[in-house]
Design a protein around this ligand. Structure first.
Ligand code: GDD
Length: 415
């Protein structure tokens, strides 16, 4: 345990509109970090996990979305948590380390002893106090949350080797082509303020190299095509890789759940994980279905208080229903996210699907995916204001906003 006057700051990297393109068509309507998982914006889950950090002074979200996209959420969550939450906008992408470095003076105003850095697009139980305790035992400038994954999937992430006894990070490679390890970087870190010196030295080296290249004409050609701007610094390749094996970085392995949220399909999987976690952390958010005038609820289900679900509907498991949605008599919903203002009419069936804002699903229609979260068409996605007419069947398909479907479709992307 640290002393009671030590302050801690948390920073969540939210990226910007040019990132998260794999999240289309859902990111056409809302910034990806605000897309609801288990009824709460994606970024809400790491933010509420930060509440457990002792002596937390501030939470910053850093991104290159426009301020207005986050303004409403940031003010309501600050009031709810009673911890100041601020959105800081980069004028352009500076990379996952350059982004935090560009606001170092502001972050250091609270004189924090430790700084948490969290990727917004990961889903886990965020064991932050446990990481901080481990980091205090290890020393060094940072501790990385890591997890074991299957050897086949490891190359989508940063692969690393850690000392089995001391937990020191010995070797780090970002998304390697040949297998290094099934232990991967979860995108959740705790650092001392020394991280800013490490980022500064990468950026200075880059500046020096660029100056050197400029003096020869061959060099200037190379620098124009190959080198990154000096203020663009990636946490993984530029900081973690070179610091591995230098007794500066340590690892904390989670045995709990962890997933990355890059696609709409994965958001459905992560919604299920967060709903299951509510059983432990926020049971009051789960629908109970007891009482004769409520729908039949199976497993973990979230229903926004303003949504109206007919008592003869059957809902769950893994269903999240957002504000002002209406679910008609006899409807059956399994493994789906129903967004704001959706209307699901009588006896419609929705399975392994995400139904976009203001969409309408007609009577006796069926919107279904096969449920493979990683496959391109494994989850059926309807964009905003899609209308599926009565008795129409939509299977394993993606439908872009404002379309009307009056014939059944299967394995199609409707543009
Ligand atoms: N503010 C800001 N500015 N955020 C950024 C920027 C930037 O310029 N670039 C990336 N981010 C944010 C993204 O929104 C995301 O939350 C996080 O930083 C990491 O994004 P990427 O740099 O695109 O990396 P990745 O998600 O493919 O992989 C990283 O995360 C994995 C865990 O999810 C790597 O660190 C992997 O090693 C790691 O396994």
């Amino acid at each position: 345990m640290g002393s009671s006057d030590e302050r801690v700051v948390a920073v969540i990297m939210v990226g910007g509109p040019t990132k998260g393109t794999r999240f289309r068509p859902l990111s056409l309507n809302v910034a990806k970090p605000l897309f609801p998982l288990a009824g709460q914006p994606m970024v809400h889950h790491p933010i509420s996990a930060c509440k457990r950090i002792p002596n937390l002074a501030q939470i910053y979200l850093i991104g290159f979305y426009e301020e207005k996209e986050f303004a409403l959420y940031v003010s309501s969550i600050s009031n709810e948590l009673r911890v100041p939450v601020r959105y800081l906008r980069e004028d352009k992408p500076h990379g996952s380390a350059g982004g935090i470095y560009s606001f170092r003076d502001l972050i250091m105003e609270d004189n924090p002893s430790h700084i948490f850095l969290l990727n917004c697009d990961v889903c886990c139980s965020f064991p932050l106090p446990e990481m901080l305790d481990a980091h205090r035992r290890y020393g060094g400038i940072g501790t990385i949350l890591v997890i074991k994954v299957s050897a086949e999937s490891a190359n989508q992430f940063g692969e690393l080797v850690a000392d089995p006894v001391t937990n020191e990070l010995l070797h780090y490679t970002e998304k390697p082509e040949t297998f290094v390890s099934d232990l991967i970087n979860c995108g959740v870190y705790v650092f001392t303020p020394d991280i800013f010196d490490a980022i500064h030295s990468v950026s200075t080296q880059r500046k020096d190299r660029a100056n050197l290249m400029r003096v020869s004409s061959f060099g200037s050609l190379q620098s124009a095509t190959r080198s990154l701007p000096s203020d663009f610094v990636r946490l993984d390749q530029d900081i973690l890789s070179p610091l591995a094996g230098k007794k500066q970085l340590y690892t904390y392995e989670t045995m709990d759940f962890w997933e990355q949220i890059k696609t709409p399909g994965m958001s459905l999987r992560c919604s299920a994980l967060y709903l299951a976690q509510y059983r432990i952390t926020s049971d009051h958010l789960l629908a109970t279905g007891d009482g004769t005038r409520t729908a039949t609820i199976i497993g973990d289900v979230y229903v926004h208080p303003s949504a109206k679900v007919h008592p003869t509907a059957k809902i769950g498991p893994n269903v999240s229903i957002s504000a002002n949605a209406r679910v008609g008599a006899g409807a059956r919903l399994i493994s789906c996210i129903i967004l704001d203002d959706v209307e699901i009419e009588e006896n419609a069936v929705v399975i392994h699907a995400i139904v976009g804002w203001k969409s309408c699903i007609g009577k006796w229609s069926r919107v279904q995916g096969e449920g493979d979260y990683n496959a391109k068409l494994g989850v059926t996605i309807l964009g905003e204001a899609v209308s599926v007419e009565d008795e129409v069947v939509v299977i394993n398909s993606i439908v872009l906003p404002n379309k009307t479907l009056n014939v059944s479709v299967q394995e199609e992307i409707i543009l």
